[in-house]
Design a protein around this ligand. Structure first.
Ligand SMILES: *[C@@H]1O[C@H](CO)[C@@H](O)[C@H](O)[C@H]1NC(C)=O
Ligand SMILES: *[C@@H]1O[C@H](CO)[C@@H](O)[C@H](O)[C@H]1NC(C)=O
Ligand SMILES: *[C@@H]1O[C@H](CO)[C@@H](O)[C@H](O)[C@H]1NC(C)=O
Ligand SMILES: *[C@@H]1O[C@H](CO)[C@@H](O)[C@H](O)[C@H]1NC(C)=O
Ligand SMILES: *[C@@H]1O[C@H](CO)[C@@H](O)[C@H](O)[C@H]1NC(C)=O
Ligand SMILES: *[C@@H]1O[C@H](CO)[C@@H](O)[C@H](O)[C@H]1NC(C)=O
Ligand SMILES: *[C@@H]1O[C@H](CO)[C@@H](O)[C@H](O)[C@H]1NC(C)=O
Length: 821
């Protein structure tokens, strides 16, 4: 029977041999063992299970612990994280002296607990807390466990694990994220408590600090809104000579919750299982926003997420380099306007700051019994002391903590009630009060400016609404058989509407000819696309295309109002889009600021829905083939509308979702590699162009030509590098970084964008998955592979997913590259 379960079946989800053999016990003793496919341990109440599994897409076998009562298999602990077993020969056993070993092929040890001392009658037991413990059979006391998995957590913190230090044993319990969903070996992301005088928790990337929780101030971690004690769940923080750690607990036993270090998003997520939705939902995550980026504003800088720019020098400080600071390079931080004198008792004072995340506590000193007054005196007495605060703000407030040197990683947090007193020369104290008043003045001026802009916008909008009237055009085209709803318009009507195609009315140049703005006699505004004579389309093809477009109706596709055929002239009449096209905004250094994150997100979603309609939902299945920023038009509410179907192709049913052409036409920077090099287009080549669009919308960077200024690195390569280094924020358009509050949404969009630009069409999601990914808070997006088109020099030879039979025709292709409008 075991042979059955030694077969590996690769799936995209975790695959387990969920197989309870002869015993469903919660423990083993030295004469028993657990083999791969032969038994698991199940905790007494059935909450957790231990056994062998294969993560992600691999066939490697690991020993791990997961929730037994949750249908989405979620591994919370792995034994042989970096030593997978490549067949089903794994056996977990315990020898009579209490050494637990995971054996491979009966001989090599791939993992063991190590020698834990002499045991008389050891047993290995899986507890309902999820803790795997080795203990004497007689002795169930947790203090005397010989070994426990809770001392060696993987990437998940569940209630009961002490995150932090046993100072006597030198044991540092910390989390390390998996490398990726396929590989539980520790990647470079870790979550670790630092036993400084004033302890705090860090997320690190490699050795670099990446996020800081802020110190435990008696009520919560001072820098985080979420990790606070609460009636339903909470945190126990212990800090004494022997131990510094925190644990978290959930009072309601029916709630399943965990803390997880997610390598794909580089965040620490707090998740809870929702029985209704049968999925994990994110309660909170850190960092939550751009200010969560460790030390973003440099020394003595304060990050205020609602301000523009987000970095401000603390009162009494000025930018070290004004020039860099003005160009939003904050890493040099701020220096004192005037250094503290350090002489005489009355020469220095303190400025009180409220609602701050206290600075990095690496260089701090603490006395838990001093009061604030003594604390102040202590700080004044030492010239290198720069700030002080209460150690514990619970109740009246108690204890003293003082900081030495630069104040690092400060930000505004409404939730923290801890006051910070920063040392300032007395002569500066008076001045800084004046500055506050000046700042208030500036804020008032800002408010006035904003109201003016809003007023302007409302006027514009009102005037637009007045022109929304029905267009009546006749007669209808139609050859009898095809009853087409599309009106045919007289050439003279269009000539007069566009003032004889006056250059003043020209909106731009599309793939097949110029586009003009026009106004009909009744006031209705229209856009007229005049197909150029050399476009090569015959009347039949033109009509065919018109019919195709006329049948499409979706709020995210531009609406065609009519057409005009007269001799050589062929024209399409569309609804007029007052806000022109997307490229007009995102690539313009002034206008981009009008597109805040919610609008950009709306645009991304709208394009995705429009494209999904083309690919799947319309009666015809259509590949657009020329999706780009200039083909995304914006209506007066900034709703996106896909336009320009000049290159669109219909494809048959499910069996024919791909086409091939010898005439590759499209726009460089947006074309999928298999299309650009081999002329193969499919719905997945549209998905690629969509991915590029997403990256452009997020970054405000043009894909086309990016490589020319970046040593051949493409926008995709740039985005990939930043994401890999966990600096995905930096891809985001600078004018968004200040204001966006929804970091998760932004990061998810970057992630989705990268998935869409994968080299192999098969690796790209289809638009229905994209729409789902965009709208859900789904945590486990697939990990993107290194993208194609990483460097501009990447050649089709490097394209491993092309079938060789077809690549020979490459040199016969004509590549026609059209200019962006
Ligand atoms: C499995 O791993 C062992 C030891 O690392 C190696 O000798 C063996 O060739 C591997 N087998 C396969 C099928 O990869
Ligand atoms: C148990 O395993 C350890 C490590 O391999 C070994 O040192 C010890 O002698 C073993 N005990 C017995 C009784 O075999
Ligand atoms: C594994 O080792 C045990 C004891 O050393 C031996 O009895 C058994 O035959 C071995 N099994 C295999 C498959 O080598
Ligand atoms: C903080 O002060 C409160 C009330 O005085 C006390 O109960 C608590 O133990 C203190 N916490 C720490 C970490 O010192
Ligand atoms: C306490 O928990 C509830 C429910 O989990 C949550 O809605 C609330 O925001 C929490 N309060 C604090 C202060 O964290
Ligand atoms: C802490 O402060 C108290 C009260 O001022 C004092 O008695 C005690 O000696 C101080 N402890 C240390 C280690 O400085
Ligand atoms: C000031 O504090 C620093 C850091 O703790 C210490 O090294 C130095 O000796 C102190 N100086 C005085 C005068 O207490």
């Amino acid at each position: 029977m075991a042979i059955f379960f030694s077969m590996f079946i690769p799936t995209t989800i975790f695959l387990f041999s969920l197989f309870v053999f002869s015993f469903a016990s919660d423990s083993i003793s030295p004469i028993q063992s657990i083999g791969d496919g032969a038994g698991t341990l199940v905790s007494r109440e059935g909450r957790f299970e231990l056994g062998f599994f294969s993560p992600g897409n691999t066939m490697n076998r690991y020993l791990g612990i997961w929730y037994k009562n949750i249908p989405v298999i979620t591994v919370v602990w792995v034994a042989n994280r970096c030593n997978p077993i490549n067949d089903s020969s794994g056996v977990l056993m315990l020898n009579s002296t209490g050494n637990v070993m995971l054996l491979y092929q009966n001989t090599s040890v791939v993992w063991s607990t190590g020698l834990v001392g002499q045991a008389e009658k050891p047993i290995l037991q899986l507890l309902d807390s999820g803790n795997l413990v080795l203990r004497e059979e007689k002795d169930a006391n947790s203090e005397t466990y010989l070994w426990q998995s809770f001392d060696y957590p993987s990437d998940t913190l569940i209630p009961g694990i002490k995150l932090g230090w046993d100072l006597k044993k030198g044991l540092n319990r910390h989390l390390t994220a998996w490398k990726n969903t396929d590989d539980p070996c520790p990647g470079d992301l870790s979550y670790e408590l630092e036993p400084y005088a004033y302890p705090e928790v860090y997320i690190r990337k490699g050795t670099k600090k990446y996020y800081r929780s802020g110190p435990w101030n008696g009520l919560g971690f001072a820098g985080s809104q979420q990790l606070r004690s609460n009636s339903s769940d909470g945190i126990n923080f212990v800090n004494n000579d022997e131990e510094v750690y925190y644990t978290y607990y959930v009072t309601d036993k029916s709630v399943t919750s965990r803390l997880f270090l997610n390598p794909a998003t580089s965040t620490r997520q707090r998740l809870t299982w929702s029985e209704e939705e049968r999925s994990w939902s994110i309660l909170s995550s850190a960092p939550t926003d751009y200010c969560g980026n460790y030390g973003l504003c440099g020394a003595n800088g304060n990050c205020v997420i609602t301000d523009k720019p987000i970095c401000q020098c603390l009162k009494g400080f000025k930018p070290k380099s004004q020039e860099k600071w003005s160009s939003m390079e904050w890493s040099d931080g701020c220096v004192r306007d005037k250094p503290p004198s350090c002489q005489g008792k009355d020469m220095d004072g303190f400025v009180k700051f409220e609602h701050l995340k206290p600075p990095d506590t690496t260089h701090t000193w603490v006395n838990k019994s001093m009061n604030l007054k003594e604390c102040r005196a202590k700080c004044l007495s030492n010239c290198s002391c720069t700030a002080y605060s209460n150690f514990n703000i619970s109740g009246e407030g108690s204890g003293c903590v003082i900081w030495f040197g630069d104040l690092i990683d400060i930000r505004q947090v409404q939730a923290n009630e801890q006051d910070l007193y920063v040392r300032t020369p007395t002569s500066e104290l008076a001045k800084s009060n004046l500055k506050v008043r000046a700042a208030i003045g500036a804020v008032i001026a800002g408010v006035v400016l904003v109201s003016l802009l809003v007023g302007f916008y409302i006027c514009r909008r009102a005037s637009k609404e007045k022109t929304e009237r029905n267009l009546v055009l006749s007669p209808k085209v139609g050859g009898g058989k095809e009853d087409l709803e599309l009106p045919l318009v007289n050439l003279s009507t269009i000539t007069s509407a566009t003032q004889n195609f006056s250059i003043d009315n020209k909106l731009g140049e599309g793939g097949f000819g110029p586009v003009y703005r026009g106004r009909l006699k009744d006031g209705q505004e229209i856009a007229v696309k005049r197909l150029s004579r050399i476009s090569g389309q015959g009347v039949d093809e033109f009509k065919n295309e018109v019919i195709l477009i006329a049948k499409l109706q979706h709020r995210n596709l531009v609406k065609i109002l009519g057409c005009c055929i007269k001799g050589e002239e062929k024209m399409l009449i569309y609804e007029y889009m007052p806000n022109k096209s997307l490229d007009f905004f995102i690539f313009d250094h002034k206008k981009r600021e009008l597109l805040e994150w919610p609008t950009r997100f709306k645009i991304i979603n709208g394009i995705a829905r429009g494209l999904l309609y083309l690919h799947q939902d319309s009666r015809l299945r259509i590949i657009h083939r020329d999706l780009k920023a200039s083909n995304i038009l914006l209506d007066f509410e900034m709703n996106p509308k896909i336009s320009d179907f000049g290159l669109a192709r219909t494809v048959g049913g499910d069996d024919q979702l791909e086409g091939k052409t010898k005439r590759v036409i499209g726009t460089y920077g947006y074309m999928a590699p298999e299309y650009a090099f081999n002329g193969r287009f499919s719905i997945k080549s549209d998905v690629f162009s969509f991915g590029i669009l997403v990256l452009e919308i997020l970054s405000g960077i043009k894909s086309r030509g990016f490589h020319q200024e970046n040593q051949g690195l493409t926008l995709i390569g740039h985005a990939w590098n930043l994401m890999k280094e966990g600096r995905a924020f930096e891809l985001v358009d600078a004018c968004l970084r200040d204001s966006h509050q929804n970091l998760q949404e932004v990061l998810r969009c970057i992630h989705i964008g990268l998935l869409c630009v994968q080299q192999c069409p098969a690796d790209r999601p289809n638009m229905s998955s994209v729409v789902v990914m965009l709208s859900s808070e789904q945590t486990n997006l697939p990990e993107p592979k290194p993208p194609g088109y990483f460097m501009e020099t990447n050649s089709p030879e490097g394209d491993h997913c092309m079938r060789n039979a077809e690549s020979s025709s490459t040199n016969k292709l004509t590549i026609t590259v059209l200019k962006a409008r």
